[in-house]
Design a protein around this ligand. Structure first.
Ligand SMILES: [Zn+2]
Length: 135
């Protein structure tokens, strides 16, 4: 149900990520350190346009995949993870999450307290990845 007069786009999480978390802007996409990270280095790649996956062109999907590949290379350089997961949000705003993974990274603290300590804040690791992204 939509409330008349409400601009839903302004409620979109991905349209409102902080510039402090911005790592790069390339090819019509924004790359951010995610503000609710599952792990240290968790990034999200979002199209500048507030559109679902079904409205991205094939060319845009190709560019997104290139950025995912660049995120993988950057995260491997900086964090040396044992693996990387990609999560895809399709609607209302397409978003590609790239999450470094290490063995045992789901600890009892996450399981019992639904919280997870990470060594850097998203603002700290955004700065680190911003430097590594261009190189
Ligand atoms: Zn949006």
């Amino acid at each position: 149900m939509k409330i008349p007069g409400v601009e839903y786009k302004t409620l979109c999480k991905y349209c409102n990520l902080s510039n402090d978390l911005l790592i790069a802007e390339e090819d019509g996409f924004m790359v951010y350190a995610y503000d609710e990270p599952f792990n240290n280095g968790h990034v999200v790649i979002v199209p500048r346009r507030h559109v679902p996956l079904s409205e991205l062109s094939i060319e845009e999907l190709y560019r997104a995949l290139r950025l995912i590949r660049k995120a993988e290379a950057t995260l491997r350089d900086v964090y040396h993870p044992q693996g990387l997961n990609i999560g895809l949000i399709t609607y209302p705003h397409a978003a590609f999450h790239v999450v470094p993974r290490w063995g045992g990274d789901v600890s009892f603290i996450k399981v019992f307290f639904n919280t997870k300590p990470i060594p850097e804040t998203p603002i700290q690791y955004a700065e680190r990845l911003r430097k590594a992204w261009g190189s």
